[in-house]
Structure formats: C-alpha cells, structure tokens
Ligand binder design. Sequence first.
Ligand code: TAP
Length: 485
Amino acid sequence: MAAKKTSTAFEYAPAPESRAIVDIKPSYGLFVNGEFVDGHGKSFKTISPSTEEVLAEIAEADEADVDNAVKAARRAYTRVWGRMPGSERAKYLFRIARIIQERGRELAVLESIDNGKPIKETRDVDIPIVAAHFFYYAGWADKLEYSGYGSTPLGVAGQVIPWNFPLLMLAWKIAPALACGNTVVLKPAETTPLTALLFAEICQQADLPPGVVNIITGAGATGQALVGHPDVDKVAFTGSTAVGKAIAKAVAGSHKKVTLELGGKAANIVFDDAPLDQAVEGIVNGIFFNQGHVCCAGSRLLVQESVADDVLARLKRRMATLRVGDPLDKNTDIGAINSAEQLAKIRELSDIGEAEGAGRWSPPCELPKHGFWFPPTVFTNVTQAHRIAREEIFGPVLSVLTFRTPAEAVEKANNTPYGLSAGVWTDKGSRILHMANKLRAGVVWANTFNKFDPTSPFGGYKESGYGREGGRHGLAAYLKGGVEQ
Ligand code: TAP
C-alpha cells in the first residue's frame, strides 16, 4: 500500500481553475464495451484553440470500429440494460451525476482548454447543467409509465454532437437515452473530444455495465458510418442544418427514429417599454455567451425604432467592458473561437456584411497573438436582405434591425428559414403572451435569454430540426410510444 501523503499548510495545490488539475494523456483510444481500445483507423490531433498547442492524439474510428461499438451496445442492451428495472438504471445515473459534480472543476477546465470557452461559463453554466441533466433523467428512469410515451426503449442509439457545448450536448443525448433503457454509441465533434473521453472514464468509475455507453471519436465520416449502421435504432443529431438534411435523407425509409437539433438565427426583440439596461445585459448574453457559438444565440437584435439609438449607445458602452482572452482566466468574458475553420467563416460573413453596406463596430480590444480570436462585433443598418441577417454566423457578431409595430417585429422575426428560439423584452405581460403565440420558435424567452433547464423541452421549428430534448418531452425520442413533434 502506498504511504499516505502528509500535507502541510504550505504545500502547493493547483488553483481550481488551473491547467494543472487536469491530466491530459498523450493519446486516446476509443471507448468500446467499457474499455479504451485502439482503433483500426488513423488518428488526429486535438488542439487548444486559445494557444494552438497540440493537446492529444485521438483515434479516428473507421467503419469496423463503428461496427464493434454498435455490437457492444447491442449486447449490453439485450443482455443487461434493456432488461434492468428502471429503479436500478436510476442508481447508475445518479452515480454518474454525483461523480460529475465531484469532478466538476476538472471537467470545466478540460472543456475550457479543448473548446476555448471561458472558465466562468464551463464552471458555472455547462458543468452544473450537465450534472442536473443526469439527476433529472435519473428521476424519470423508474417512472416511465407516467411519461405518456410508454416505457419500452428503442434499442441502440447512435448519437452525433457538435463542438459548441461538448459535454452539455453529450448529457442532453446520453441521460434520457439511458434513463429509458437504451444503450448508446456517441461521436463527439472532432475538435472537442476530450470531455467525452473523460466522461467515458466516469462511466468506468460509476461501474456502468460495459457497452451501455460507447464513445467513438472521429470526423464526419465516422458520424456518417454511425448513423448509417443498420443495427442502430435511433439517430440523435445536433449540428448544422446541412448535415442534418443529409442525415434525414440517409435514414429515410429505414426503421430508425430520428431527432435533429439544427441551426438557428434567433431574433431578440426589444420593445420601447422594456427595462433597457436589463435588455442590454440580455442582448450581450444572447450573442456573446460562448463566443456566439450557440444554436439559439440572439444573433438578430430587433429593436423598436423609438429606443434604437439609446439601446445601441448602451450596448456599445457595455461591449467595451467585455474582456476577450485566456479561457482559464476567471475574468474572461469571451474566449477563443473553436477552430481556424470557424474563425474563417466568421471573418468571411463579417466582411460580406461590411461589403453589403452594414455599419461594423467593435470596441478597441487587443487579441492574443496565438490562437483563434474574434472581437465582439455589432452591425447596424442591417436589412433583411443582408446575408448577415439571414445566415447563421455562429460567432460573436450581432446584426441590428429596427421595427415600429409588434406586427412588424413578428414578421421580421419569423422571416428566416430557422425557428429555434426568440427573446422578447417588454414590460407588458399581455405582449409577451401575444408574441410567444406568434413567433415561430421552439423556445421564446421573456425578459431573459439563453436560459437552460433540464425540465424544459428544447427544439426547433422549420429548418432548425424536429423532436424535443429536455423535460418530459425529451423522453419521447427514446421510447417506442413517443411520436416526434
Ligand atoms: P456539423 O458540421 O453539422 O457537425 C456536427 C457533428 O456531425 C460533428 O460531430 C461532425 O463531425 C458530425 N458530422 C459531420 N458530417 C457528418 C455526416 N455527413 N454524417 C454524420 N455526422 C457528421 O456542425 P458543427 O459545425 O459541429 O456545429 C455547429 C452547428 O450545430 C450550428 O449550425 C449550430 O446551430 C448547430 N447546433 C445546434 C444545436 C441545437 S440544440 N439545435 C446545438 C448546438 C449546435 P466533425 O465535427 O468531426 O466534423
């Protein structure tokens, strides 16, 4: 037995937000059937977007690896998980939730390093909501007969997630799937695999039966092999509308059930009777939270003409206080853009906005020399025809449009192929109800923005996808009696 370590008051202990509290291995295999195994395919590097430092070498699952993972999930479903009483499954989910809380700082630091998002967000938003998701669905596991969707699981779920909320998207996918008695094979995004791999270790720590959760890393081809695998019963995808459409076509005519959570171009609507300082906080949170890498980001500000100049002046003052920089600095408001590719897209669309005649403004801000960065940016004099008002930029870039009447606000807000979320700022309760009825958006926030809770369903209309995640509705996607809405 190792000698017990004695500690003195002066012993060095890494600060809770420091890099030293995470153990990043030089290389990672695939997590299949409860253990880490070598892949048959090649490997790729994951880098820190704030420094461009190579963090680790990651296995790239090929078709044979995907097949092994699906087979492991099928075995675990047939022999163990699909037969286990819900009350027993709940114990594992509660255990996972508690370990996530215990290892919360480690998960938060690792997420900030691999994704680039500020530690104050990973620590105070992402990871607490991840744990809450597991707690919430653990509570459902033995009460499925009250769900309204029956209590029969589907089988094996193939899940593909994006890079903007790596662990949170994993929780949205895995917690309800497991609670309902399904087993899963999940593919994290290529640029952010590390917290999913740490989650695999947490599954081991929780003694989750082998094969119930399998994590396979890789790029788009790995995701394609997973969703196309004939023994997958359920496909759950979060990502771009383009890939979502390709997946819908690929699974059309098969037995597979599909949930798609896709892009957005949300309107954040500010009426002249709104508390303006509060609204400005909501605008900032709506578009600069997570560098604007948010599917439901309030990327279009619709402000009533009579207060437009006032709101814009306040917004610019507030934007000048935002700190851009090191994701591990607790004072950082805006971290790194997730990849060079994403930075190029943001730059391209912003340049197009300028070329199309909109007014571009960013506060003076010194960006770090290494890594991928973009300053908080606002475009004024934007019209509905401008590409920056129509296309998802997925970065810290806000387009400002104005309106005179509530009817005009509704028309402009709904004038988009997307329909994921919207925000309304007003003092009048009746107006909130009226707008919520008229807006074609899955979520409408009133006098707040970007609020997430495991008990609330989340999902889109139109090209933002179909199916709901979260809440009781989120169970429908993983039970035989559930119909996708
Ligand atoms: P995508 O490029 O669509 O990638 C999403 C995931 O799909 C990644 O894991 C990706 O792998 C994989 N993938 C790529 N091509 C595939 C294919 N042909 N078949 C199967 N899987 C494939 O999106 P992204 O750039 O990572 O994420 C940004 C988008 O996600 C935005 O449009 C955003 O709005 C949307 N999003 C939506 C939501 C909700 S809840 N509606 C939440 C977050 C993000 P690689 O990463 O390795 O390419």
